[in-house]
Design a protein around this ligand. Sequence first.
Ligand code: SF4
Ligand code: SF4
Length: 342
Amino acid sequence: MSHHHHLHHHFPDTRPLTISRLISGGLITTYSCSSSCLHCLYRCHPGRERQHIDTETTSANLKTIDSLGCDSIHIGGGEPFLDFASLLQVLELCQQHHIQVEYIETNASWFNSTEQVIPKLRELLPRGVSTLLISISPFHNEHIRFSKTKGLIQACRRAGLNVFPWISGFIDDMEPFDENETHSLKEFRQRFGPGYDRDILRRYWISPGGRALEWLRNVLPLKSLNTILDEFSHPCHELAETSHFHIDLYGNYVPGLCSGLAIHRKDLGSPLDPKKYPLITLLYHQGIQGLYALAKESFDFHPRDDYIHKCELCDHIRTVLAARTDEYDQELAPKAFYQKPG
Ligand code: SF4
Ligand code: SF4
């Protein structure tokens, strides 16, 4: 082992966060959604800004993605099919930039009839799309009738598109219910038992961020603030993770899966300026302990008694900061993420 290697493990890493290579990810074309799933990482819902990605932003995002070594992406949201014309434009730009589209994510809410959706699906094929990821979960079923999900799956088969059901493990759960109605999680609990929610955690990946935090509080153990700070004493190197990256309609890159944090596209590829990104820099070097210390000392932050995860404390602090000051607007974006309804 070299002397340098040895030193590296004994001193904190003070190098700035640099996103120099993108492995795998997608475009968030809108935060507007016809659903408002309890587990939504991006806090999408029908009341969010009805904006969809424009051509300039799409092109610039794709150029950045390409320049950082990634040549295929997925398209998601929000619900990308809410603006079909914009979606087709995005696909055409992907073709122009030689970026392959692995799949488009959809919640199937826009399905009305096989006859009406097949022509739309047929427009996707010549634009290089061969697969739709169709969401299937009890969270979605609270807002979207399963008959729509099934209808869209069948229409895809007829139109010659592949379906990537996410996840097929939930299909059986829908069986006992009327597919022409939506069903609340309470109904699932009544049918499958009170442990239903907790079981979901073992069946389905749920990221501890956004609206999911509120649902996760019902199923994960609550821990005292000090336990959380002790348990999560590491720097947040998740911020450097690029294996499931997203860039949104505002040209913002979401570091890791840390929804509500933003690095502008043009700041990728070189060391992040700590003056422009003080919170992300702090989290990257000192983790949640660093963010908590800042919030307490500079903003008189009052924590709750308990949290389920460091990311819940992080979200709580960021929500308070976003409301209190415009100092961090560059990295606490989009604003609407922090304006929680209800
Ligand atoms: S999880 Fe997907 S379908 Fe559900 S609210 Fe979020 S973006 Fe919409
Ligand atoms: S604590 Fe914050 S920065 Fe760290 S991983 Fe969680 S959301 Fe990301």
